[in-house]
Ligand binder design. Structure first.
Ligand code: CP
Ligand code: NVA
Length: 323
């Protein structure tokens, strides 16, 4: 089992079970089943979350989820701590490991969360870096499986920037044998090392990872249409970047080419009018808010798995999801 979660394929061996666990735990918790509501593997543990960038979903879903698992969330905003001022990432990891049961970290450079993990004696979860967003991908695939329990032959289309969200989405789809077809403008394709990794997972699981620069080609007969902002956090200086995304907006004209039962997904926050139009965001086929809610359930599964694997697997067996 994995020690840390830096990219979604760190939990490759158990990904399917992590998602099944999250779906079943959500169902039980929502029906007030005491097996779920009394599941407190984080009891007496403080879980620290460091943020170098703003967050709505990640912060709130971690704080609420940690509470529900019996733990105590400690949110550490970059401006309030010594990290990046007078203290290194490695020293911060050493100090925090003495107090905390796990650390989540939202950072700019992916190398920083990797360094935190390398120097931490407790699990580290990447809460978004410039290269990966594994918690998002876990919630995304949980949402796709909820919508399409029989996902044989399913096609996911991603239209937009080849960024952190696409990286983990393509790794995650490939790990579950789901076909992903992405369309990015020239020069904005995903990193070649991620494409290679995703293709390897796809080969192992009988699926396909296909890239194009043509949105219409990617969206043809797709069951899920996914997009993200064209300009990510940390890229605010790249003012003209958005001009390179003409034709990559998810709008009614584009989704007309998808399957009849298409669903629209977005990690949020959305820049309405840029990468997606209002009518698609607010369409009855848009599942963006279920997707946002699932951040919490997916992370509760991931946290339990990383912090207390025996409790997580015992709960899985109790839920009868075939561990
Ligand atoms: N999707 C996501 O990570 O949202 P936040 O930036 O609000 O955490
Ligand atoms: N790609 C976006 C995702 C935000 C959740 C960013 O990194 O800003």
């Amino acid at each position: 089992m994995a020690e840390h979660l830096l990219a979604i394929d760190d939990v490759k061996e158990d990904f399917n079970d992590i998602l099944k666990w999250a779906i079943e735990f959500k169902r039980m918790w929502k029906s007030a089943d005491e097996i779920a509501t009394n599941f407190h593997p984080l009891a007496d543990l403080a879980i620290g979350s460091i943020y170098e960038k703003p967050s709505t979903r990640t912060r709130v879903s971690f704080e609420v989820g940690i509470n529900r698992l019996g733990g105590y969330p400690l949110t550490l905003l970059k401006n309030d701590i010594q990290l990046g001022k007078s203290e290194t990432v490695a020293d911060t990891a050493n100090v925090l490991s003495r107090f905390l049961g796990a650390i989540t970290y939202r950072c700019f450079a992916h190398s920083d969360v990797a360094e935190l993990a390398a120097n931490s004696s407790v699990p580290v979860i990447n809460a978004l870096s410039d290269k990966h967003h594994p918690c998002q991908a876990a919630a995304d695939l949980m949402t796709i499986i909820e919508q399409f329990p029989d996902n044989d032959g399913l096609k996911v289309a991603y239209i937009g920037d080849g960024n952190n969200v696409l990286h983990d989405l393509m790794l995650a789809c490939a790990m579950l044998g789901i076909k992903i077809h992405y369309a990015c403008p020239k020069g904005y394709e995903p990193s070649s090392d991620i494409i290679e990794r995703a293709e390897e997972h796809a080969r192992e699981n009988g699926s396909q990872v296909i890239g194009t620069n043509e949105p219409l080609e990617a969206v043809a007969n797709a069951d899920v249409i996914y997009t993200d902002v064209f300009v990510s956090m940390g890229e605010e200086g790249l003012k003209d970047k958005i001009n390179d995304f003409e034709g990559f907006q998810v709008n009614s004209e584009l989704v007309d080419n998808a399957s009849n039962d298409w669903k629209f997904m977005h990690c949020l926050p959305a820049h309405r009018g840029d990468e997606v139009t209002d009518d698609i965001m607010d369409h009855q086929n848009s599942i963006v808010f279920d997707q946002a809610e699932n951040r919490m359930w997916a992370q509760m599964s991931l946290l339990s798995y990383l912090v207390d694997y025996p409790a997580w697997s015992a709960m899985g067996e109790m839920m009868g999801i075939g561990f």
